[in-house]
Design a protein around this ligand. Sequence first.
Ligand code: GLP
Length: 249
Amino acid sequence: MQIYKYKDYNEVSKAAAAFVIREIVKKPNLILGLATGTSPIGLYQNLIKAYNDGIISFKEVRTFNLDEYVGIDKFHPQSYHSFMHKYLFDHIDIPPQNINIPSNDLKNMEQLAKEYNDKMFGNQRDLQILGIGKNGHIGFNEPGSRLGNMTFIVKLDDQTRIDNSRFFDSLEEVPHYAITMGIKNIMFSKKIILIASGEAKADAIFEMVYGDVGGQYPASILQLHPDVTIMIDEAAASRLEMTSNYLTF
Ligand code: GLP
């Protein structure tokens, strides 16, 4: 685990984008795992800028999103399908057939989860981008999730629904279920980059780095991955014992 500390959200976003840009330059047909939430928005803005500046192209990049809400239409403004188009896909040259987001069609969820899973196993991600929930969730792998899970339907934690209610008109509108890559899928990525900022993430970051590996803070499993880079701001790093801006284990 390599941990880099930056002044604020903007610096984290720039550094994380530089990391992703390097990977795309090295391998134009990168298989990239994508995350939603506030954390990666700045990173995506910097990727769009690099695309507009002619530094990278997404023509050959293939993407797999971590998760999607269940119970709202994919065109609902708060679906992760809409999020990805708004903050990234509508501004770059990625061919639509290269985009993969878990389907949230209620009719056949188990089968759809299996298909998403099978597709990922045939397309190992080169790089997975992650955020982290206040309760230590990654994707929508909530506390108590089995570490061996592959793509599955999850009942969302109360804390997660409260945290995410800021995007909806009311807490009641926040879906109770989601489809998410399991921990096993996330760990199957060759490289992982996790970004976080703000005081509210400090406990989750602390548990991810120093906590017991297990289901209580699901991100703690990342201690066992061979190639993880954590990019966080000073507030999110406030509980780590860092004497410089870099820490490695
Ligand atoms: C959501 C997503 C996660 C994300 C997390 C943190 O619930 N499913 O993938 O990492 O929230 O979001 P934010 O970056 O907005 O704090």
